[in-house]
Design a protein around this ligand. Structure first.
Ligand code: GLU
Ligand code: ASP
Length: 476
């Protein structure tokens, strides 16, 4: 099943190289489009649609949202649609995971997903097809995202020390794509024309597919040969008691992270608006496009993921490493602190424009919080999930982002209705809740995640939860 002999990519199998760059390009397309999305809707498309421009499905969606939430401005509507879109994008991986586990296998699913997403990005060029384009991306991501992620875990046999490091590297790939895309697509969209930005996103997705195709020979051979029948046969074996225990603990943890994502996803929504409307990006006479703000988070990840990883390895050598649940608690508390900074920013800025340091400081904290929660979660899923439902469980992990994003859309719609300082305080409170829950449930969760007849991973071996390279070891 695993192909661990070749070591050519930072001590990892070459297949990780293929997965790293495939996902880097896919995320380039995804985040390039996201950088423009809210501005495109709130400042252009919905305003034109209100004046009578034909956008297929607009009237239907607007009246549906207004019947629940009352009359909405273009900003509020775009926040709802943004939340719904970002939510649904993470809803479909659950089904994409099931289909891969039971019928198609991971490789086929990744191809289907990538092609659907590319079609979606190119459809964005046709203004009337806006909502159809979103639907294509939503469906495509469902097949693509869980199955590319579980393929990373599949490269390593149970107990392989490199698994967590692989996910940290993979997460850096995600964020390399996420870093460049607002710079490319955001700039093209804001300076040249919306469609140029969206078109560049489509080209990024195609680049990812090409890399996946030509680098495919490095992927585990089981994935090349596995037949639909074999996948189906494996899906029929029942789970053991301990497998159920781990699965439930993991599901519970996914549920807690919903609150974190609800806060986190404001980055593409209200925090982007704060960047656009309330932040002064003038540096020595040069005006930075506000969408570049969204490159800051992935930039921090790229720099700090390896640093944090070393810090955890150092802690673990001293026997002081936190469990996964505890790390996730820390992540949530950092998110809370980030929003308290925004509370102070809103108070100091008022209706004018304030220094970019507020937003940058806050995003820095939120991002370190993310590193304490997100790559660790991906790795945990592939570590503790029973093999035959691993893609579905990856879907469950992303399902938390679905609920979180939906909540973030609802809350985001309050942005122009309430004082901004109170708005950010509300978000800070929302981030605090999951932190406390992880903190309280730490022991119980850790024991359940370790439940196995032979042990999915050795317990507290003093290894890092997210180590890059061979020094990394595992602890849940
Ligand atoms: N930003 C990460 C990614 O795109 C995580 C997103 C999430 O899980 O919601 O892979
Ligand atoms: N940090 C996010 C993720 O890891 C990317 C972003 O929001 O730009 O993919």
């Amino acid at each position: 099943m695993a192909q661990t002999a070749e070591k050519t990519f930072f001590g990892h199998p070459r297949a990780l190289f293929t997965l790293f760059f495939t996902e880097m390009w896919e995320r380039f397309s995804f985040y390039g489009m996201r950088a423009l999305l809210v501005l495109y809707m709130a400042q252009y498309l919905f305003i034109e649609a209100d004046k009578g421009k034909d956008v297929w499905g607009y009237g239907f969606l607007k009246s549906g949202i207004e019947s629940t939430f009352g009359p909405v401005s273009a900003q509020a509507l775009s926040s709802h649609i943004y939340g719904l879109y970002m939510g649904l994008v993470y809803f479909t991986p659950f089904f994409g995971g099931i289909i891969a586990d039971r019928y198609w296998g991971k490789r086929r699913s990744v191809y289907v997903g990538g092609i659907l997403m590319a079609i979606g990005h190119f459809l964005m060029a046709i203004e009337s097809m806006f909502f159809l384009a979103l639907l294509f991306i939503i469906a495509g991501n469902g097949f693509f995202k869980p199955n590319i992620s579980t393929q990373v875990g599949e490269l390593y046999p149970a107990g392989d020390k490199r698994r967590d490091g692989a996910f940290t590297l993979f997460y850096m790939g995600i964020n390399l794509g996420a870093f460049f895309s607002p710079l490319v697509c955001g700039t093209l969209g804001q300076k040249v024309g919306w469609h140029w930005g969206f078109g560049a996103a489509g080209i990024g997705m195609l680049a990812g597919l090409v890399i996946y195709h030509f680098g495919g020979k490095h992927l585990p051979s089981s994935e090349h040969k596995v037949s639909v029948k074999e996948v189906e046969a494996a899906a029929k074996k029942p789970l053991t008691k301990n497998e159920w225990k781990r699965t439930w603990a993991l599901t519970f943890m996914c549920a807690i992270t919903i609150f974190f994502w609800g806060v986190y996803e404001q980055q593409g929504n209200t925090l982007q608006l704060f960047a656009d409307q309330s932040t002064d990006w003038n540096f020595f006479g040069w005006e930075m496009p506000s969408t570049w703000y969204q490159s800051f988070n992935p930039f921090i990840i790229f720099i700090f993921a390896p640093i944090l990883d070393r810090a955890w390895a150092w802690q673990s050598r001293k026997g002081k490493e936190n469990t996964t649940a505890m790390k996730m608690a820390i992540g949530c508390f950092l998110g809370t602190a980030a929003l308290i900074v925004m509370f102070m920013a809103a108070q100091s800025v008022g209706d004018g424009k304030g220094t970019a340091l507020w937003l940058l400081g806050s995003t820095f904290m939120l991002t370190i919080g993310e590193l304490y929660l997100s790559p660790i979660g991906l790795s945990l899923v592939t570590k503790v999930s029973p093999t035959k439902i691993v893609s579905m469980m990856m879907g469950v992990w992303f399902l938390a982002s679905f609920f979180g994003n939906t909540v973030s859309g609802w809350i985001g719609a309050l942005y122009d209705k309430m004082p901004k300082d109170n708005f950010f305080l509300l978000l800070a409170a929302l981030g605090f809740v999951p932190g406390v829950m992880f903190f309280i449930c730490n022991k119980v969760l850790t024991n359940s995640l370790n439940a196995d007849d032979e042990g999915p991973e050795p317990k507290h071996t003093g290894r890092s939860s997210s180590g890059i390279g061979p020094h990394a070891e595992v602890t849940v």
